[in-house]
Design a protein around this ligand. Structure first.
Ligand code: ASP
Ligand code: MG
Length: 406
């Protein structure tokens, strides 16, 4: 007997047929004698629909009311999943985030989990029930409903796995696991048997949107080993954990492409101490995630500053930059037709030459590199968006990723 936490994403519970499919899977695992805590997302598309409705009634909806609204998406699926289980003779009970004892801080729309009181769940598990928990939501000390940020059901599952000391945590989604590249773009992409938290984090935050980044960070912090796998078949998925076998021998484990970035160029900004601080302070105050910053050598007291921001935050960036540039001068231009390509692998910590291999492969394919940034386990380049798919294929081939994985 094992204690298993499972999470089913929005597509896995996308309609009543799929909810029944999930119920059948749960029953099989339950019948094999396991204890089960199951986290479900809202049906695919429901959260977006609710957000659209909120914006239709009010230009800037209150964040408290937003959480109140968004929490209903998951409340539908927990009840339906529990009912589907009852329909096939499984004793199950649904829990909202609050009922599951998930206590968060007070930051509406992106609350952090502070603690989980697992006692009610433990009691129902002892009574032999399957527990179905609403993902993405919690409650704060004032008794207000909070949500954990988009994709937050992953976080609910990982945090619950830690809280109930699960033997296994399985994240079910509509893909078979983590691949060396997006299989829709790179035909010979391979599914990885295992990947480390650090690599998964880079891949998750780089546009291969398998999982919410915060949930991977949480898993790394509390050492929760989990498996990403498909709810539509029985194939084994990808295990995510601290140390991966032969980790150092494999230099690059994956290629990720992020097409949701915009490049910002501020030209002719005053080349003096404090200019960059003024610009980035303004962006930070507006909570805009800035990435890949490059400043060129100043000339005639003026310099150029280039960086990237998420495409969805472009307009917010424009507004934030206006007052800052009044102070330090400079004109802003945007390029939305870019993509960020990254190669990721912990083996980079101990090996050199990876940048050269990547740049050479891109050069041969006629892909121009506009910006470069590196971390210990990642090299990212900004390139033209219409070249991004080709670039992913040549990078994948250059590191022989078709020979990796299962
Ligand atoms: N329903 C929420 C969202 O769409 C949470 C989740 O799916 O994980 O972001
Ligand atoms: Mg999701």
């Amino acid at each position: 007997m094992a204690r298993i936490v499972q999470k089913y994403g929005g597509t896995s519970v996308g309609d009543v047929e799929r909810i029944k499919n999930v119920a059948a899977r749960i029953k099989a695992i339950r019948d094999a004698g396991n204890e089960l805590v199951v986290v479900v997302s809202a049906r695919a598309g429901v959260t977006n629909e609710l957000i659209a409705r909120a914006k239709a009634v009010c230009a800037i909806p209150s964040e408290r009311e937003m959480d109140q609204l968004l929490a209903i998406g998951e409340q539908e699926t927990i009840a339906l999943t529990a009912m589907a289980l009852h329909g096939i003779g499984v004793d199950a009970v649904s829990y909202t985030g609050a009922q599951a004892g998930i206590f968060t801080d007070k930051v509406f729309t992106k609350a952090k989990i502070r603690t989980i009181n697992a006692k009610p769940i433990e009691k129902d598990l002892k009574a032999g029930r399957v527990i179905i928990v609403a993902g993405f939501q919690g409650i704060n000390d004032d008794g207000q409903v909070t949500t954990l940020g988009r994709g937050g059901s992953d976080l609910t599952a990982i945090a619950l796995a830690a809280a109930v000391k699960a033997d296994k945590c399985e994240i079910y989604t509509d893909v078979d696991g983590v691949y060396t590249a997006d299989p829709r773009v790179v035909k010979d992409a391979r599914k990885l048997e295992e990947i480390s938290y650090d690599e998964m984090l880079e891949l998750a935050s780089l546009g291969s949107k398998v999982m919410q980044s915060r949930s991977v960070e949480f898993a790394a912090k509390y050492n929760v080993v989990f498996e990403v796998r498909s709810s539509f078949n029985q194939n084994p998925g990808t295990i995510v954990k601290q140390e991966v076998a032969y980790m150092e021998k494999v230099l690059v484990r994956g290629v990720a492409v992020d097409k949701d970035q915009a490049k910002v160029l501020i030209s002719n900004i005053a080349d003096k101490p404090g200019s960059a601080a003024t610009v980035f302070k303004a962006l930070a105050n507006a909570h805009i995630n800035v990435d890949m910053i490059v400043q060129n050598v100043g000339r005639a007291g003026l310099a150029n500053l280039t960086f990237t921001v998420p495409l969805s935050e472009k307009d917010k960036a424009v507004r934030a930059l206006e007052p800052a540039l009044k102070e330090v001068g400079g004109e802003v231009t945007f390029d939305e037709k870019i993509a960020k390509l990254s190669v990721v692998g912990v083996g980079m910590r101990t090996h050199s030459g990876i940048a050269a291999t990547l740049f050479e492969a891109l050069a041969k394919a006629g892909v121009n590199i506009e910006l470069i940034s590196t971390s210990e386990i990642k090299i990212s380049v900004i390139i033209a968006r219409d070249k991004a798919d080709d670039a992913a294929r040549v990078a994948h081939a250059a590191f022989q990723l078709d020979q990796l994985g299962s």
